[in-house]
Design a protein. Structure first.
Length: 385
């Protein structure tokens, strides 16, 4: 298998130029509580009605996206589609999965994913549903989608015209209310305990490529109003070294209120900006409290030995932190270092004892700079019939 010359992590060095934001998708100056005309009204966050739930709460369905562009994935398009279909089939054993695919690719996606996955015609560019699908909040007994104005990770990916419109078109298709956020961000930026605490990397959102002219205080105020969170815990992240500017969902994840798993490099790995980012995150979390005043319990989640994994390439994302929590199951990457894979599975099983922990091979997705969480997005609510 040949691996990608243009990955999410190398894109900063290799993508030429800056992509234009789709007209309408970049107009994000509306107030945080403004519900768009195609949406039903909701209560403002100040009324205490808006809540960003935790991923381990009940899902109606999981959204995914069928990678469409050979210009992005080159000779690996076939292999990344195999990875996406493998994830969709695995999740489909536990909850409803909706795969968005370009109309001319629906039949091929359906054959690959099988009958337990619903493939719907909806124009997409790439597989990163975590970042393009709206962030769902609950308000007044309704599920509402917050459209964070996807702009290709700060216009570092030119080919995102369809993905920039996924927030609007998906919510219209499912008849869900839409809020247009006053910020540009991606779903992988956010990690919550469902009790008012938000973890986020400063590098990914207090950044002129998304939110020019906004300082951290202004961004925090917008986040609190838009998502209904009470406390934002800021982690430094890593600025400018991958296309996402270091999303939190590959660094630190909640397993319960007050309990987090922290990505750590394999013992003996030379220090780099990513391991220093994990050190900084641990330092912050060791002294911070959550929205309820709890101190954080921090558990290290070690990466595999890069000499023992199946994947290739300097930009292979080998974190186990990019797991996905679904109804009755947790889905984690399987990298091929049996000892490390088993250790990560055991840690996840300890923290989700009532769920099956399901390892899935995702070597091509990982070579492209992402993981299982990056390629999935949960809609909260009662499981679909």
């Amino acid at each position: 298998m040949s691996f990608l010359p243009h990955t999410r992590r190398t894109a900063l060095r290799t993508l030429a130029g800056i992509g234009a934001v789709v007209a309408g998708a970049s107009a994000y100056g509306a107030s945080a509580s403004a519900v768009q005309p195609d949406a039903t009204p909701g209560r403002a966050a100040a009324g205490g009605g808006r809540r960003l739930g935790a991923e381990w709460e009940s899902h109606t369905r999981t959204f995914m996206a069928w990678p469409a562009l050979s210009s992005v994935w080159k000779g690996d398009l076939r292999y990344v589609r195999e990875d996406i279909a493998r994830i969709a089939r695995a999740i489909g054993d536990y909850e409803a999965v909706v795969m968005m695919a370009r109309p001319d690719q629906v039949d091929a996606a359906q054959r690959a994913c099988g009958s337990r996955v619903e493939v719907v015609p909806l124009a997409v560019d790439d597989l990163w549903a975590r970042d393009t699908v709206p962030v769902f909040v609950e308000e007044g007994g309704e599920v509402i989608g917050v459209d964070f104005n996807f702009n290709g990770w700060g216009n570092k990916q030119k080919q995102h015209a369809n993905d920039a419109l996924v927030g609007r078109t998906l919510l219209q298709k499912y008849g869900l209310a839409r809020i247009q956020a006053p910020l540009v961000a991606e779903g992988g930026s956010f990690e919550t305990d469902g009790e008012g605490t938000l973890l986020i990397t400063e590098s990914s959102i207090v950044n002129d490529n998304r939110n020019r002219g906004k300082n951290r205080d202004a961004v925090e105020a917008d986040l609190k109003a838009t998502l209904g969170v009470e406390k934002v815990v800021w982690l430094a992240g890593v600025r400018g070294q991958d296309i996402t500017d270091a999303h939190v969902d590959s660094l630190v994840r909640f397993t319960a209120p007050g309990v987090v798993l922290l990505d750590r490099a394999h013992p003996g790995t030379p220090p780099d900006s990513w391991s220093r980012s994990a050190d900084q995150a641990k330092s912050v979390l060791s002294t911070e409290t959550d929205a309820r005043g709890r101190r954080f319990e921090i558990i290290d989640l070690p990466q595999p030995d890069l000499n023992r994994i199946r994947g290739e390439g300097d930009d292979f994302v080998s974190t186990y932190a990019n797991f996905y929590v679904a109804n009755d199951a947790v889905f984690m990457p399987k990298f091929g270092d049996r000892k490390a894979d088993d250790r990560a599975r055991g840690i996840l099983q300890d923290h989700f004892p009532k769920r099956d922990v399901v390892p899935v091979s995702i070597d091509t997705i990982a070579s492209g700079g992402g993981g299982i969480h990056c390629s999935t997005h949960d809609q909260p609510g009662k499981p679909a019939a």
